[in-house]
Design a protein around this ligand. Sequence first.
Ligand SMILES: C[S@@+](CC[C@H](N)C(=O)[O-])C[C@H]1O[C@@H](n2cnc3c(N)ncnc32)[C@H](O)[C@@H]1O
Length: 196
Amino acid sequence: MFNDIPAPVLLTMQELEKIDRQDRVDGTARLQRLRQIPPETGRFICLLAASSPEGSWIEIGTSAGYSTLWLALAGRERGRTITTFEIMASKSQLARNTFAAAGVDDVVDLVQDDFLTYVDRLGDIGFCFLDAEKEAYQACYEAVVPRLVPGGLLVADNAISHQDALTPMLHAALEDPRVDAVVVPIGKGELVCRKR
Ligand SMILES: C[S@@+](CC[C@H](N)C(=O)[O-])C[C@H]1O[C@@H](n2cnc3c(N)ncnc32)[C@H](O)[C@@H]1O
């Protein structure tokens, strides 16, 4: 997957990495910043998605679609579609542009909505990447875990960078008898939960 990334995907990833780097130093307002995962986290979630069992693939928090591009690599490998949720109209438009430029429209389904208002329409979940506002993590976790198939994976970003804000949710996940969970020190720290 990583040694033969299609040129349009690679170029789009590089362009988004440049914008994200610039955002972090030029005073762009927080809500406008792309706030992307770093590439090593992209590789990590791509490998986990590619290794997940049956069930739908979802992403909560698309921004401009950088992390979705990594999941799209796994989607191509496995013949699967990623449904990605973005609440902001402006970010959704950026993501649409990203998916068109990268040529991944056929494996990505963008839903412009609050994940929490949409979740009841979802069936069984095989893989979920959670990267939304930290205040929503606990509610997203509680919405996703019951829908995970056995062996299904929930990966949550910022488990180390935002450890203080996420302590109650991290503690609940690490003690949750429904899942086996671990925090992996890659990128900003990934909470990985596997449904028992
Ligand atoms: C950290 S950014 C996502 C970055 C993206 N995953 C990446 O690495 O390229 C978080 C995004 O989640 C969106 N968001 C926040 N709460 C949401 C919700 N309840 N449903 C859908 N999107 C949400 C925000 O608008 C923001 O664009």
